[in-house]
Every structure is written in structure tokens, then in C-alpha cells.
Ligand binder design. Sequence first.
Ligand code: GDP
Ligand code: MN
Length: 379
Amino acid sequence: MKLDEFYSKEIFRKYGIPCPKEILVHSVEEGRERREEVGFPWVLKACVLVGGRGKAGGVRIVEKEEEFLSNLESLFNLTIKGLPVKKVLISEKVELEKELYLGIVLDRRLAKPILLASPFGGMDIEEIAQNKPKSIIKEAIDPLFGLFSYQCRKVYSQLFPEPSYLEQFSLLLQALVKVFFENEANLVEINPLVTTKEGKLFALDAKIILDDNARFRHPDWEEYEKAEEERELMAKREGLAYVQLDGEIGSIVNGAGLAMATLDLINKYGSRAANFLDIGGSSSPQKAKKALEIITQDEKVRVILVNIFGGITRCDDVAQGILEFLKSGRRKAEIPIVARLVGTNEKEAKEILKETPVIFLPTMKEAVQRASELVKGGG
Ligand code: GDP
Ligand code: MN
């Protein structure tokens, strides 16, 4: 489960990681009333569960008091990567000097958490990996002993030319390691970690992904679940695995392997998937219908691709779900559905959908190709 910046920073603060002062508001009105709680000048940030908000216009630095309301209003009217902005963080602006990257992720190959750091923060780690691959420092963390202090000093010397931040940095890094272990996270990230003119370190942005497998040990996570993006939550309730992505093709598949293969093929044909939605190995029309409902709530979706390799999941059940979805009138007319349904009961599936506008294609390759063409306005 991904925690948004607000909750992530709340946890960081508990562990003594310095974060700028900030409040979370749910409306323009609330922002207007409470802005004095945070010192001027402000930074307004759309609180949505995706990265790269800065580039999408979701981060505003407000240097003039009179520009506060117009900026806040325009943020609440924004949709970032398909997610409407419903919450905004108002934080104190930090006069930053340098932006660094710091993160801990689980390295499945090493079977250990691994610390990633780079003196080039502010951009995504994927971007750093592409533009400045040599700058990324990696240190495996011993699961029993944690991060040794010599590792801390080693990382420090590669990040900072000056010795003055060593103590602050060591405390912060050890705190971050603690956040990772004690909260059973899969990922913790500070991007950017910044230095200021006054010689202080601050976590300007924060991200935590909790390990869903540890959910049963953490009754307090209920609060985070409530704040989780509605679509992911709806899917979870229906037993569907849904992950929001950035593209335009909404895809419904059965099984994680097929999902991966579908995403790869979508990329190969030059389009991008809007999501990863796995209806799993059991069969029911209800699940397919729900999956379609969830996907069509994403405003970025321009084409729906249903890719089913029928086994336990029967093609006729999926077709029935599609039919019920079409009958419910919830499909926006301009969004075509491309389907490749093969395996158990595929003939019945075709029969069920023969009066509908669903475009049937016999192979995965053709289906993905067609979906891509449709996105690009061809087909
Ligand atoms: P993201 O784009 O979703 O990762 O949002 P961030 O919270 O990381 O902010 C993006 C960028 O905005 C940062 O990398 C900074 O360059 C800038 N920024 C955010 N907060 C501040 C601040 O308090 N002061 C200054 N000077 N820049 C900020
Ligand atoms: Mn960031």
C-alpha cells in the first residue's frame, strides 16, 4: 500500500526526520482559513498518489500572498495522471541549496533492503538511472544489524563534498532505516532531500510503500487504507489487483504474468497502459463488469483492451460481464473495447457479444496492435 506524502511525512517526523511544517487541506475554503498555520512563503502541493507532480503543474511556490488563492483554486481543478486533486498540502517554503536522492527498497535478488542514494535529487530515480547512472550509490543493508556506521560515512563521502552535514545525515539515515524496518515497508524514499543556506537537512518529499503481506500485524493501517485512492480500494474489495499507471490503454487480463506480457506488448506497439488490472484466476461475470467500471472511471483511458487466456477463468463469464457492463450504459461511446478471449468457452463468449460493438481479435498481438492504433486515432 502506497502512503501519500502527508502520511509518509507524519511517520518520518515521529522518527525525527526533519520535514518542513505543513498542513493538509481538502478545499479552497479550508486552505483560506488555515494558511496562517504555516509560515509564508508557501509551497502548495497536490496530494495525489503519483510521482512527478512538479512537472505536471502540481507543485506551486507562492511568493506573493495575493497569489495564494488563485494557485490553490487551480490546483483543486487539476487532474494529474488521471487522478483528480482532492487534497492539497500547504507547506512552508524551504530555501534550498542542493537536492539529493535517498531511498531504501527491497532487493529481491540480494534478499536484503538496499540503500540507494544520489547527489542528483529532484528527478525520479528512473530518470537518475538514465541520465546519471554512475551517480547512484548502492549499499546493501544487513537485515539483522541494520546499516553500519562505516556504510553511513561511505555514502556520506560520496554525496557531500563538505564534512559539516555528517552528523545530521547519519541521524537522518539511521532514522530512515528504522522507518523501513519498524513499519514493514517495501520502499521508503526522500526525494528530494535538501540542504539549506542555514546548513540544515530537510526531507521535502516523502514516499512510503507498506508491505501488504504484513497488514495483519498493523491494525493502525486502517487509517491509511481509508485514504487510499478510491479505484485501487474498490478493486481490492472485489478481489481484483489494480495498479494505476500513466497511459491511455485500460487493460483487463487474468493472471499477473499475462498482465506483464500485455504491458510489454502495449509498450512495444508504442502506446502506454493506463493500468494493470488482474481479474485473477476465478471466474464470474460480476468481476469482469466491476473491472470495466473501475477502468472507465480513469479519465485518461481511450481504449479498453480485454486480454483473457481462459482456463479456470471462463471466456463466457468475462463476455457476460462485458455485456452487462455495456447494457448498464456506463461505457462512454467513444471508448472502443478490443477483446482477445481464447481458451475455455471462447465460442460461447463470441456468441454472447456478437450484437455488440466489441472488436474481437484472435491473437494477443493483433489485439494490442489494434488497441494502439485506436489510441493514435487510426484503426
Ligand atoms: P514531485 O514532483 O511529485 O516529486 O514533488 P516534490 O515535492 O518532490 O517537489 C518537486 C520539486 O519542487 C522539488 O524537487 C523542488 O525542486 C521543488 N520544491 C518543492 N518544495 C520546495 C520548497 O519548499 N522550496 C523550494 N525552493 N523548492 C521546492
Ligand atoms: Mn519528489
